[in-house]
Design a protein around this ligand. Sequence first.
Ligand code: SAM
Length: 169
Amino acid sequence: MLRVARRLASRWQGLTVILLDRHKIVSAETQRDFDAIGWRVETVAADVFEFLQQDNPTDVDVITTNLFLHHFPQAELARLLALAAQWTDVLAACEPSRAPLALAASQMVWAIGCNDVSRHDAVVSVRAGFNGDEISALWPKQNEWELHEWPAMLFTHCFVARRTGRTPQ
Ligand SMILES: C[S@@+](CC[C@H](N)C(=O)[O-])C[C@H]1O[C@@H](n2cnc3c(N)ncnc32)[C@H](O)[C@@H]1O
């Protein structure tokens, strides 16, 4: 997110970013780096469902997720997407691609020095990844949204949902 922020900071000034993970994963250095580009950062260590089920959703411009959606079984993911859609008009996600090449590469991460945990995670993550229109199929009220889903580079699967404002049919 910091890398994205650095690319956007000259055009988008004074933004607030909420970084959510159930673990405290944001270092003090990263927080300072956000300060340095003039973006305010709030870190939230919480379960995503508890956070998104708050009574008064904050109106956020964009939700982005990185290597996150593949953690959830289909029914939970559908619930997560439905909650996210109540918070924002744009959601962009970057996930593992569930493709033969990605699976083959995930089985070879030992070659770049990955430990047992990462070797296990790499394969499991690819198997839990996405292809085709799998995320779009779970998105709620599809006629009110423009959905794009595509494979990117060698190992990535992207999804973007943008509210069009059309009324339900
Ligand atoms: C593969 S890591 C990606 C972390 C980070 N988004 C990144 O790009 O480096 C997946 C993260 O999802 C978090 N996570 C899994 N289930 C969660 C949940 N129910 N609520 C909040 N965070 C969760 C884990 O703690 C973990 O840090």
